[in-house]
Design a protein around this ligand. Structure first.
Ligand code: GUN
Length: 318
């Protein structure tokens, strides 16, 4: 950027929780219509193996949001020592069940299942019931520009950008992170909408400088406060996909400052959440998603939307 220094107002807050509530409100009559037509609600089966604390919270939130929207949500809780074969047998049963429309296996799977377990398990899910969009069939359709069931977090980001009136076509989007859950499908969805897309990752050289060329910057690295103001072009839209827990007071103060309400929150609860984006970015970005209350609720809303679409037997978009 040339010209005088850019003294910027605090970034517009992109209220993911509000957009997610709107999406869920739109889904409710569609769910009710399905129920009236088919004599049963769209049904989501969630598999939670093991006792990962964060996963338990996520699954509870998915279960609650699904029920509130009128879906039938069944959570299959399996002990951490469940064998991979037992999990695969459950998937096979759900694949064959006419009373199951969507299957979600919460990751991470217990370490005891082995490194390749997640891939084997995701591959076993019937692509028509794959509400996470992780099956190679659905990944392939997305890569071809024929998205069917697409991963929930990046789909939620697209909804947010659209509903907040932020242009995508022709913009330079930089995605930091190349995970199968977020980074890669995020890049594919942005490309599908005619953004110019750069994917950055741990081996990228001059990462901050690269990120600072973005009109739309998506941070999905899983490192607290990694994206500092130098990564951000003044006025850019910054989407923070990270959810990291800070559990020392010093860490909270170093990121948020001693006067921040986050310190009081830490004193009350023993932890606070931070995204992958440093709080200082607020003074540089044009628009920014908060953590919590940004991308997280959208992920859940898109899961419900995918479940309804799966129940209705969708075909790929052209
Ligand atoms: N773990 C973290 N995010 C996700 C997600 O979107 N889907 C599943 N199944 N597991 C996750």
């Amino acid at each position: 950027m040339t010209g005088p220094p850019f003294f910027h107002m605090p970034a517009r807050r992109l209220d993911g929780a509000r957009v997610a509530a709107a999406i869920r409100a739109e889904l409710m009559p569609m769910v009710a219509a399905f129920q009236a037509r088919r004599g049963r609600a769209p049904a989501l089966d969630i598999v939670l193996a093991g006792d990962d604390t964060a996963s338990q919270v996520y699954v509870r939130n998915k279960e609650r949001a699904g029920s509130e929207t009128g879906l039938t949500v069944t959570v299959h809780r399996l002990p951490a020592d469940t064998s991979r074969d037992d999990l695969l047998r459950l998937i096979e049963r759900l694949n064959g069940s006419p009373d199951c429309d969507g299957i979600l296996v919460q990751s991470p799977l217990p370490a005891a299942m082995g490194k390749a377990a997640a891939q084997v398990v995701f591959d076993a899910i019937d692509p028509r019931k794959d509400v996470d969009g992780f099956h190679p069939h659905n990944v392939g359709l997305l890569a071809q520009g024929r998205p069917a069931l697409t991963p929930c977090t990046p789909s939620g980001v697209m909804e947010l950008l659209d509903r907040e009136g932020l242009a995508i076509a022709g913009r330079h989007a930089v995605v930091i992170g190349r995970s199968e859950i977020v980074g890669r499908p995020m890049a594919a969805l942005l490309l599908q909408r005619d953004a110019t897309v750069t994917i950055c990752h741990s081996k990228t050289q001059h990462l901050a400088r690269m990120a600072a060329t973005a009109d739309i910057l998506v941070a999905a690295i899983g490192r607290p406060g990694f994206v500092t103001p130098e990564f951000v072009k003044p006025g850019a839209t910054v989407v923070d996909v990270g959810i990291n827990r800070l559990d020392t007071r010093d860490a909270v103060i170093s990121f948020f400052g001693a006067d921040s309400p986050r310190v009081a929150e830490f004193d009350r609860k023993g932890s606070t959440l931070i995204g992958d984006v440093h709080p200082g970015v607020e003074t540089v970005a044009g628009a920014l998603t908060p953590v919590p209350g940004g991308v997280g609720p959208l992920t859940i809303a898109m899961l419900l939307k995918n479940t309804l679409r799966a129940a209705e037997g969708l075909t790929p978009h052209s």
